[in-house]
Design a protein around this ligand. Sequence first.
Ligand code: PLP
Length: 394
Amino acid sequence: MNESSVTYLDNNSTTPVLPEVLDTMVPCFAERFGNPSSLHCCGQRAQAAMKLARMRVAALLGCLPTEIVFTSGGTEGDNLALEGMMRPGDHLIISAIEHSAILSTGGWLERHGCEVTRVGVNSQGQVEPDAVRHALKPNTRLISIMMANNETGILQPVHEIGKIAAEADVWFHTDAVQAAGKIPILVDAIGCDLLTISAHKIHGPQGVGALYVRRGVPLLPQLHGGHQERSRRPGTENVAGIAGLGRASEIALSGLTDGSVERLKVLRDRLESAIVNMIPNTRINGSSVMRVPNTTNIFFEHAGGDALVLALDELGIAISRGAACTAGSADPSSVLMAMGLDGEQSRSSLRFSLGKQNTAEEIDKVAPLIAEAVAQQRQSAAMFWSTPTAPTPV
Ligand SMILES: Cc1ncc(COP(=O)(O)O)c(C=O)c1O
């Protein structure tokens, strides 16, 4: 099966690059090949492409172009924010449902002399602002709570947490990798000092992203080298990737008002109701709180899990159980477990995430196929459990 015949519903893992984005990138490999730090015209043309991209990313986030630091993606942005702000002896507050880019960096910081508190979530998958307030200590330096969860799409109360951080005089970072382009982001309204985005979640290229760093925030670089990115991230820039991120950001920003995001929500809701109506004993995880418009996480009783992912793959439907970087692990989702699901419920839940390329026809086509695959899986499970076990030889 080739990619064009697949219904791709795994856009929280990565999105296809839009043709307009590719058109912006291609010249950076050819006529704009220069090193943006060079003084000659070739360098200056590359510098101009980066300047335009910086303005476009800043417009998406509501910040100044000078507050954008280009990175190699969401993982680097999260690492740079946490490691660049924390010093030995400092205390960091994160949540239990963060992406591994934050959770693992938290673990690394703990092994290097920092204290870390992981606040839990309620049964609806949201961090309680009061839990963050109660976790504050005299040595708390940074709070990092994501804007939207990658597995469930559930939005976190970042505006309230921003106020708590400001009152406590603590820096605030938010991982907005899964929120960008799906809901409006205004860094001043959130009250964050640092914010991470990644191009490949908004129909831009893989391996490039940006970290917003509010003017005056004492971020230390984590790589050592030249003075690129105002000495916050050395290394010759990925000009084509950055230009692609810029164009993808511009398109993502207009999508918030031109009906594209609303269309995604209509499609997501159509998929959800088709699945819930066609398949008994299914439940949407986190349906009663605000979520990003493209994501749904569904529990299929006595079905689901990696076996269903593979069965649907055979039928030309690409979905996942959760984050791509933890795929293949038999462990239940720590995000769903933190919401109170048990191991079995968590393993039987799947994530469907839509992108700009998905159509109503695709949704109408996949829903009955999913119903069929779930019914088959349940039938095999029932047969397995009803088969009498052979007597054990003595
Ligand atoms: C919430 C969140 N943060 C960070 C990342 C890491 O981004 P990247 O793949 O660009 O390193 C991801 C990727 O799935 C994500 O979903």
